[in-house]
Design a protein around this ligand. Structure first.
Ligand SMILES: *[C@@H]1O[C@H](CO)[C@@H](O)[C@H](O)[C@H]1NC(C)=O
Ligand SMILES: *[C@@H]1O[C@H](CO)[C@@H](O)[C@H](O)[C@H]1NC(C)=O
Ligand SMILES: *[C@@H]1O[C@H](CO)[C@@H](O)[C@H](O)[C@H]1NC(C)=O
Ligand SMILES: *[C@@H]1O[C@H](CO)[C@@H](O)[C@H](O)[C@H]1NC(C)=O
Ligand SMILES: *[C@@H]1O[C@H](CO)[C@@H](O)[C@H](O)[C@H]1NC(C)=O
Ligand SMILES: *[C@@H]1O[C@H](CO)[C@@H](O)[C@H](O)[C@H]1NC(C)=O
Length: 501
């Protein structure tokens, strides 16, 4: 039975259901969990469920979010210190799982370290991971002392990988303003401010100028600080249709957010009535208890108009709008900053299946029978599904001795190119066998921009058949079919974390 994160999320949403189901979950320790490899790189982390203390004893369960494996732990105080000694109870145990726990006042500080391996990508070569992380768990205690439990429905321990790479994944940003202090408090009685409202009525001159109307404004939610821009052109004519607008703000394209803010407004050009319907998100009080709000507000725009040769311009600024919450939804704990699963990026591709796509290889051989310098050029691009720079890098070297088959030539990149993949390389070309070997260093910053990873490996490839033609000056130009790309696997890949000064 493979546990999917989705089913676990459902289980953990209801604590009592999770406890009831736990024993059967514990019976299985899976490394084939769906997306084990990509989850290990992107969300190496644990959920701590049912954290409770009873006198000197503490118990909880730890769920590894990458593997889906769960462990029950029991901890006892050692002497009079606040450190507790923890060991697994129940049927599942893992010698690599290390828990450090301190309970002091109304807070528990927990450190989790664990090693595991995933075989969802290559069953014959499981990939081993080690990660650790800490968090602090706020406790609510029963009056009279003694029993305490976590104040959160569930606690999250975000981890850093130490193996196979050193990476502290960056989580998603979440929708704008979700953690702004006062987000939850300010959302109880929603307030917006409308800025720079401009309503234009171009009535035309009956011949050339076209009759058109437009409305534009900015809607600022006071709870989140999120600003949505609204703009709509319309042709009013005799019609009195309400003008519906979907308003937008700056989008976050890098790490895909699970949730996005939705702002819909309606403007009535005759009555100047204006309505807002917005959905936004808050987790400023507690990331374990995120909430989404959908609220509506209504006002009449206090427009002031001036008319000049067939054009009426009406304006207002800083118009407050009060509204009410129509619905409030509690979301899965920590879901706001959890990145959505995405296809493999630079780091995962480089470890799981490193390869280059090569194209447009060309060798220009000089006419000298003795073997004068030749020029070689080709394009190379790292094979990965999410590429920060989605174009190939142009590599050349103009002083290649074809008679010397053992020389490695430094790659020269196109003008103004300072690529990450490859960052630098050397290559070797064998004319007789039509083979190319590329020894490259490349850098990945997709998971953790603060700790760039530098990879190295050699790709050896047999080139496709070359078409040759000899120019009038005696130069023989041989090249692969224009735009044809082929894959060269990289072997012996090593990596290290680049030390950042
Ligand atoms: C603490 O755990 C020990 C060993 O499991 C047990 O004997 C003891 O009764 C427990 N104490 C409390 C207060 O639950
Ligand atoms: C625009 O101006 C024309 C001419 O003054 C007027 O008939 C029309 O009602 C105006 N439209 C709006 C939406 O105010
Ligand atoms: C607000 O918009 C949502 C989504 O379009 C819709 O389901 C809801 O009924 C709207 N609320 C009101 C009060 O119009
Ligand atoms: C696994 O990742 C893919 C994207 O790579 C995603 O579509 C799918 O929902 C993920 N499955 C689970 C169980 O998270
Ligand atoms: C290759 O040719 C160059 C230029 O003629 C010459 O200088 C060099 O010694 C040759 N190298 C070998 C290994 O033959
Ligand atoms: C890249 O450059 C560094 C520093 O100059 C050098 O140590 C390394 O060997 C080069 N790597 C390759 C593949 O040429």
């Amino acid at each position: 039975m493979a546990l999917t994160l989705a089913s676990l999320a459902v289980l953990s949403a209801s604590a009592s259901l999770f406890v009831a189901a736990a024993p059967s979950l514990l019976a299985e320790r899976e490394t084939t969990a769906a997306n084990c490899t990509s989850s290990s790189f992107t969300i190496p982390s644990w959920f701590v469920n049912d954290f409770q203390t009873r006198g000197a004893n503490t118990s909880f369960s730890v769920l590894n979010r990458a593997t889906g494996s769960s462990f029950l732990l029991g901890c006892q105080a050692v002497g009079s210190s606040s450190d507790l000694k923890c060991s697994t109870s129940g049927s599942a145990s893992d010698p690599s799982l290390q828990i450090s726990l301190q309970v002091k006042d109304k807070s528990a500080s927990i450190k989790v370290q664990q090693s595991w391996s995933c075989n969802d990508r290559n069953p014959n070569h499981p990939l081993a991971f080690t990660a650790s992380g800490t968090t602090s768990i706020p406790l609510s205690c029963a009056s009279g002392g003694g029993a305490c439990k976590s104040s959160n429905p569930i606690d999250l321990v975000k981890g850093s990988l130490s193996s196979p790479v050193q990476v502290t994944p960056v989580y998603a940003d979440g929708p704008a303003g979700h953690n702004k202090p006062g987000c939850v408090a300010g959302s109880q009685e929603p307030k917006w401010t409308l800025g720079t409202i401009i309503f234009l009525n171009e009535t035309g001159d009956g011949s050339d100028a076209i009759q058109s109307q437009s409305i534009q404004l900015q809607v600022t939610n006071e709870a989140t600080g999120y600003v949505a821009g609204c703009l709509m052109y319309f042709n009013d004519g005799e019609d009195t249709t309400p003008i519906k607008m979907t308003c937008g703000g700056g989008a976050d394209f890098v790490r895909r957010n699970r949730y996005s803010i939705r702002t819909e407004t309606v403007f009535y050009p005759r009555s100047w009535t204006f309505t807002i319907n917005e959905t936004w998100f808050c987790d400023d009080v507690d990331a374990a208890k995120p909430v989404s709000y959908t609220a509506t507000g209504k006002t009449t725009l206090p427009l002031v108009c001036t008319t000049e040769s067939g054009r009426t311009a009406c304006q207002a600024d800083a118009v407050p709008v009060s509204g009410k919450v129509d619905s409030k939804t509690e979301l899965a704990p920590y879901s706001i900053e959890d990145p959505l699963p995405t296809a493999d990026g630079c780091t995962i591709s480089s470890i799981v299946s490193p390869s280059w796509t090569l194209s447009n290889f060309e060798v220009d051989k000089s006419s000298k029978a003795s073997g004068g310098p030749s020029a070689i050029a080709f394009n190379m691009k790292l094979n990965t599904k999410v590429n920060l720079f989605d174009y190939p890098v142009f590599v050349t070297h103009s002083d290649v001795q074809l008679n010397s088959t053992d020389s490695w030539y430094p790659c020269v990149f196109g003008p103004n190119e300072a690529p990450l993949a490859p960052r630098n390389c050397t290559f070797q070309y064998r004319d007789k066998t039509n083979t190319l070997a590329i020894n490259s260093d490349w850098t990945c910053i997709d998971l953790d921009a603060d700790h760039p990873l530098v990879f190295n490996g050699i790709a050896t490839t047999k080139l496709p058949e070359l078409d040759c033609e000899t120019t009038s000056t005696g130069l023989t130009q041989c090249r692969t079919q224009d735009g044809y790309g082929w894959v060269a696997e990289v072997s012996g890949v090593t990596w290290r974390t680049e030390s950042v000064a």
